[in-house]
Write a protein that binds this ligand. Structure first.
Ligand SMILES: Nc1ncnc2c1ncn2[C@@H]1O[C@H](COP(=O)(O)OP(=O)(O)OP(=O)(O)O)[C@@H](O)[C@H]1O
Ligand SMILES: Cc1ncsc1CCO
Length: 268
């Protein structure tokens, strides 16, 4: 079955099953992530008290954790939730927000990757370079553009092999690889890098697909869904010119998503 055929079926399954997605994420984009999941048809739960997360992860269909704006309490919660996800075979993804910015995030992320074995890791190029220990130029959390595609693909494949996981390297072209096969998703719009939290939303959307698909299909679907939703929002932006409406336009795009007719996916 082609991905073009499979994608609408996965969307349908999310709407039909409404999987519970446990998110432990930063407070800058937490609201956008919850709304992105609702727009797709999933059920978000944003719970982060270290004393209750294990119980909540155990009842979820997927776990999404995000290192943005990290705190002691959230690190404790992410470790506990990751342990439950692993022992209960609940699929999990980690968004490596800002992992290049501090040694604290790098060593915490390495410990998590080792212990929780997330199905998908996600980051922009500088974040994926940082987690692999390759020279990077982190300047805060945003990167948007990446270097030459071949260079980004090499580091994405390296990360996938090093951590035995699927990697989603986000940017102008989203790269998805399991270390052997690789795809690029060219949908999206440069405006997506001009509002905060689109990367975090993409992580939440990947987690929703993880509840109904394999890690590679989930990462591809998450990139496709966000790219198509970004294009929907950009079309609305053309008529209204309102950047404040742009993130809301992404939610409208996720809500109205039905198929992948406009998908620009390339095998690499
Ligand atoms: N220039 C671009 N053209 C098209 N799509 C883009 C562009 N830049 C980013 N995107 C899209 O925006 C989303 C977020 O990617 P990005 O790499 O900016 O994440 P991020 O750096 O983690 O963002 P944030 O920290 O704001 O959450 C992805 O869906 C990506 O495809
Ligand atoms: C702006 C910002 N700072 C930490 S997390 C975050 C949200 C986008 O990653």
């Amino acid at each position: 079955m082609t991905f073009q055929t499979q994608f609408p079926q996965l969307l349908q399954r999310i709407k039909a099953d409404s999987p519970l997605i446990h998110c432990i994420t930063n407070h800058i984009s937490i609201h956008d992530c919850a709304n992105a999941l609702l727009a797709l048809g999933a059920s978000p739960i944003m719970a982060e008290h270290p004393g209750e997360v294990a119980e909540i992860t155990a009842t979820s269909q997927a776990l999404m954790v995000n290192l943005g704006n990290i705190s002691d309490s959230r690190m404790e919660a992410i470790a506990a939730a990751g342990e439950t996800a692993r022992t209960h075979h609940i699929p999990c993804m980690i968004d490596l927000v800002g992992v290049g910015c501090s040694q604290l995030r790098r060593s915490f992320a390495h410990g998590f990757l080792l212990r929780a074995h997330p199905a998908v890791i996600k980051g922009n190029e500088s974040e994926i370079r940082a987690i692999c220990g390759v020279e990077h130029h982190a300047r805060g959390i945003d990167n948007g553009e990446h270097g030459p595609l071949a260079q980004a693909l090499t580091v994405a494949k390296q990360a996938a092999r090093q951590f035995h996981t699927v990697v989603l390297l986000s940017g102008k072209t989203d790269l998805i690889t399991d270390g052997v096969c690789a795809f690029g998703v060219e949908n999206g719009d440069p405006l997506m890098a001009r509002v905060t939290g689109t990367g975090c939303m993409q992580g939440a959307v990947v987690a929703a697909f993880l509840a109904v698909a394999s890690p590679l299909e989930a990462a591809l679907s998450g990139a496709a869904a966000m790219g198509l939703a970004g294009e929907y929002a950009a079309e609305q932006f053309q008529s209204h010119g309102s950047i404040s409406q742009f993130s809301l336009g992404i939610l409208d795009g996720l809500f109205s998503l039905r198929d992948a007719a406009a998908l620009r996916m390339i095998p690499l």
